[in-house]
Design a protein around this ligand. Structure first.
Ligand code: ATP
Ligand code: MG
Length: 387
C-alpha cells in the first residue's frame, strides 16, 4: 500500500470514485479547503461530476481513466460502496486509496459483512447465508419471521423481502433470481441509530453525535441529532463503531447503522463512506463528515466533530415534486427559505422520480424540540406524508 509521506495540501488534486450526492458534498468541502477534485462516474448527469474540476464519464474499470487518475491525483477515495474492489486495488498500486479495498469489499457484500461482525464479536441480528435454494430448507426456524436481503447491490430497501416462513423465503429467493442472500431474523425495533465517524492514518478516531433515524418505505426519512437514546446507549454505539473501524484498518469517514431492540444495540450495516444520516454535520457540526473525509484522505489531523446545535434532517424524495393529481412541479421552496434555521440542499438532479433522493434540509436550533417541530411543520407543508 502507498503511504503518504507528508500531508497532501492544497491545491493538490483528489480523486473521487462515484458521483452521487455524497460525492458532491465531498467536492464542495474539498473546494472550500482549496483542493481540486476529479470525479469518475459513468452517469453524464452525475451530481458530483457537475461540481468537479473534471468529470471522467466512463465505466469504473476504464483502464485509461484509472491510469490518468493514478498519475494526476494525489489520493483517491470513494462515495459509493459498489465501486469494484478490483478498481480500488488497481489504483492502490500507485496512489493512496482510502478507505482500503478490503474494507470496502466487506461492506459491499452482506454475507462478508455479517460474517465479519460475527467473527469480531460485534452484536448483530441472527442470520444465515443463503447460497442456494436448498439452504432455505435447513435454516433454523428461529430466523422466521425474517428479512431476505440480496448480498450485493441492495440499497434503500431494494433487494429485500420480508418473509414469514420458509415457503415465502423460497419464493422470494427465486424472485431474486437465486442470487446469494442473507436471511436475517426480523427484530422488533425500539428505534434505529447511526454513528458516523472519521479515522485517520494513525488510528485516531472522532465520532459525530449519534443520530436517530426514521425510515419510510425502506428509505431514510428523518435523522435527529443528538439521538434521543440514553447517554449510555450512545456511548456504546460509538464504542462499537470505533472498534469496527479499527478492525477494518479503516481510514476515512465510516457510517455504522444500528438497530435498538429491547434496549440492546445490534449493528445493521456499515457504509464505507459518508452516510445520509450524517448530512446534518454540514450545518450543525464544527467539521462536517465530508471535511473529515478530505482530512483523513490527505493525512491531515481530524477536525473537531462536536455539534454546535441540535439538528433535524429531512430527506427530500422525488415524491415531493408531484402534486395530489400526480403532476410534476417544484415544491414550495419559499416556504422553506422562510424558516431562519433551515438549510436547504438540492443535489442538482434534473429528473424527479418517486423514491429518488433529490435533496434534504436540516433545521438547526439550540433546542432539539424546536428544531424537530419546525422540521416537521415544513415536512407537512411540502405534503410529505407519514407512513
Ligand atoms: P439503506 O440504503 O437505506 O441503508 P438498505 O437497502 O441497505 O437500506 P437495510 O439497512 O438492511 O437496507 O434495511 C433497511 C431498513 O429495513 C432498516 O433501516 C430497518 O428499518 C429495516 N430492517 C432491515 N433489517 C431488519 C431486521 N433484521 N429487523 C427489523 N427491521 C429491519
Ligand atoms: Mg441501511
Amino acid at each position: 500500500m502507498i503511504q503518504i509521506a507528508s500531508p497532501i495540501l492544497p491545491p493538490a488534486t483528489l480523486g473521487m470514485l462515484g458521483g452521487g450526492q455524497l460525492g458532491r458534498f465531498f467536492v464542495l468541502a474539498a473546494h472550500e479547503m482549496g483542493y481540486q477534485v476529479w470525479v469518475l462516474d459513468p452517469d453524464p448527469a452525475s451530481p458530483a461530476g457537475k461540481a468537479a474540476d473534471r468529470h471522467l464519464c466512463v465505466a469504473y474499470d476504464d483502464q485509461a481513466a484509472l491510469d490518468e487518475i493514478a498519475s494526476q491525483c494525489a489520493a483517491v477515495t470513494t462515495e459509493f460502496e459498489n465501486v469494484p474492489a478490483a478498481t480500488l486495488k488497481y489504483l492502490a498500486r500507485s496512489v493512496p486509496v482510502r478507505p482500503n479495498a478490503d474494507a470496502v469489499a466487506i461492506c459491499q457484500n452482506r454475507v462478508a459483512e455479517k460474517t465479519f461482525l460475527r467473527d469480531n464479536g460485534i452484536p448483530h441480528a441472527a442470520f444465515a447465508s443463503i447460497e442456494r435454494l436448498e439452504d432455505l430448507r435447513t435454516v433454523e426456524a428461529a430466523l422466521f419471521p425474517g428479512i431476505l436481503k440480496v448480498a450485493r447491490f441492495g440499497y434503500d430497501g431494494k433487494g429485500q423481502a420480508r418473509v414469514a416462513n420458509r415457503e415465502e423465503a423460497m419464493a422470494a429467493f427465486q424472485a431474486f433470481n437465486n442470487e446469494a442472500c442473507v436471511l436475517e431474523q426480523m427484530l422488533k425495533l425500539d428505534y434505529e441509530v447511526s454513528v458516523v465517524l472519521a479515522r485517520d492514518e494513525h488510528g485516531a478516531c472522532k465520532c459525530f453525535p449519534v443520530a436517530e433515524n426514521q425510515h419510510a418505505r425502506g428509505i431514510l426519512d428523518i435523522s435527529v441529532a443528538p439521538a434521543r437514546a440514553s447517554v449510555c446507549q450512545r456511548d456504546s454505539a460509538q464504542e462499537i463503531a470505533e472498534r469496527l473501524a479499527e478492525k477494518l484498518g479503516y481510514i476515512g469517514t465510516l457510517g455504522v447503522e444500528f438497530f435498538v431492540s429491547r434496549g440492546e444495540l445490534y449493528v445493521n450495516e456499515m457504509a464505507p463512506r459518508p452516510h445520509n444520516s450524517g448530512h446534518y454535520t454540514v450545518d450543525a457540526c464544527v467539521t462536517s463528515q465530508y471535511e473529515q473525509q478530505v482530512r483523513a484522505l490527505c493525512g491531515l489531523p481530524l477536525g473537531d466533530a462536536r455539534a454546535h446545535s441540535a439538528a433535524v434532517m429531512v430527506n427530500l424524495l422525488g415524491d415531493a415534486w408531484f402534486d395530489e393529481a400526480g403532476n410534476c412541479r417544484e415544491p414550495d421552496w419559499a416556504r422553506l427559505f422562510a424558516v431562519p434555521g433551515l438549510k436547504l440542499h438540492l443535489y442538482g438532479k434534473h429528473e424527479a422520480r418517486p423514491g429518488r433522493k433529490m435533496g434534504h434540509y436540516t433545521v438547526i436550533d439550540a433546542d432539539p424540540q424546536k428544531a424537530f417541530d419546525a422540521a416537521m411543520a415544513v415536512r407537512a407543508a411540502l405534503g410529505i406524508k407519514d407512513e
